[in-house]
Design a protein around this ligand. Structure first.
Ligand code: GTP
Ligand code: MG
Length: 139
């Protein structure tokens, strides 16, 4: 059984470019219901904890430095089969390879600054939601 919730966040470059509202609008138009939202900023240590599964990847330092470089918009979204549906909706990791009309194609800058995150499993979605939100912040 696949879950109905996933975690996403608008990454710092997209925030700096003023894309947060446009991205949230696009998410809603895509049939996802936003059930939690918070503008916040990760410390380097928090970014390292959030991306711990990537700690052995060569771009880990670049990724965590970037993700702690400015505010992000943390979101929980709801839809049937949320994790897979949302990953399809945002497009490939590299915006240049993302399908037309996807969030990463529309709002991404490059493979690191690719506009948004999307959880890759129900288990990670639950962990990531708990990382950012308490139960009383989710509606
Ligand atoms: P997320 O939804 O952000 O987890 O993206 P993903 O699942 O499509 O990609 P993955 O989990 O493999 O990588 C996590 C994040 O690391 C990506 O979203 C990118 O921002 C970043 N990333 C992946 N590959 C590279 C790379 O080659 N260079 C840099 N700088 N960042 C990368
Ligand atoms: Mg991932």
């Amino acid at each position: 059984m696949s879950g109905i919730r996933t975690y996403t966040m608008v990454k710092p470059t997209a925030m700096r470019k003023g894309f947060a509202a446009g991205i949230m609008n696009k998410i809603t138009e895509g049939g996802f219901k936003i059930i939690a939202a918070k503008m916040t900023k990760l410390s380097l240590e928090e970014a390292e904890a959030f991306y711990a599964i990537h700690s052995e990847r060569p771009f880990f330092g670049e990724l965590t430095t970037f993700m702690s470089s400015g505010p992000i918009m943390a979101l929980v979204v709801e839809k049937e089969n949320a994790v897979e549906a949302y990953r399809d909706f945002i497009g490939a990791t590299n915006p240049e390879e993302a399908a037309d009309g996807t969030i990463r194609k529309l709002y991404g800058t490059n493979i690191g600054e690719n506009a948004v995150h999307g959880s890759d499993s129900d288990e990670n979605a639950a962990n990531e939601i708990n990382f950012f939100f308490s139960d009383r912040e989710i509606f």
